[in-house]
Design a protein around this ligand. Structure first.
Ligand SMILES: C[S@@+](CC[C@H](N)C(=O)[O-])C[C@H]1O[C@@H](n2cnc3c(N)ncnc32)[C@H](O)[C@@H]1O
Length: 190
């Protein structure tokens, strides 16, 4: 019996339920899983769920073996030949790929504020941001089972954020089952 969906995860939970009615979903990987509360909920629901997170200091102790520390671009190194029926992301591709992982790795600290203020610099920065997002998409593709699904929900207002595009997903040869900047369901073809 479901008691509590972590804040912000309501839509993602709906999509997982919807997709589970038409696809056989047993193994789920949450990328950018934070402290792991949603992984815990999915495990309670009977899924073999794991999470990967790059930054959070404290993970839930009771989920230790199912929560991994690392960057989403390193899924092959971390999971090897464990593949997933579904990979899920909540607020990861845009917001965090952009601010935490791209700005911090491409810019010296004294450049971060100018990068937000200077429109030209911001435009230039979108190139490495897009490359990082596409690397993450590709890494997920490679760690999915054939017919596996990537379900992504983003939770902020589109504006200066960079989203992955339908075209970039298709270039990686995902089948795009649904695409809006804030919500996407992609499938790895068999
Ligand atoms: C906005 S937070 C959302 C956290 C959680 N999914 C939620 O909705 O509560 C995005 C999370 O994704 C993680 N993240 C973003 N890009 C990542 C990457 N490339 N590798 C690992 N973790 C990443 C961040 O560290 C952050 O914890």
């Amino acid at each position: 019996m479901l008691t509590h969906i972590p804040y912000g995860y309501e839509r993602l939970f709906e999509l997982i339920t919807e997709q589970s009615s038409t696809h056989q979903i047993r193994t789920i990987l949450e990328i950018g899983s934070g402290s792991g509360n949603f992984v815990g909920l999915l495990r309670k629901q009977g899924f073999d769920a794991e999470g990967i997170e790059g930054k959070v200091e404290s993970y839930r102790d009771d989920l230790g073996q199912w929560l991994h520390r690392g960057d989403v671009v390193q899924l092959a190194e971390i999971f090897g030949d464990k593949f997933f029926d579904m990979i899920i992301a909540q607020g990861v591709f845009c917001h965090s790929a952009q601010f935490d992982y791209v700005f911090s790795s491409y810019l010296p600290p004294e450049m971060i504020i100018p990068a937000f203020i200077d429109p030209k610099l911001r435009e230039e920065l979108k190139i490495p941001i897009r490359l990082k997002i596409e690397k993450m998409l590709r890494s997920c593709f490679n760690q999915l089972n054939p017919n596996g699904l990537l379900v992504d929900v983003e939770n902020y207002v589109p504006g200066d954020c960079v989203f992955f595009t339908k075209e970039s997903a298709e270039r990686i040869v995902y089948r795009v089952l649904r695409y809006e900047p804030k919500e996407a369901v992609l499938q790895k073809p068999y």
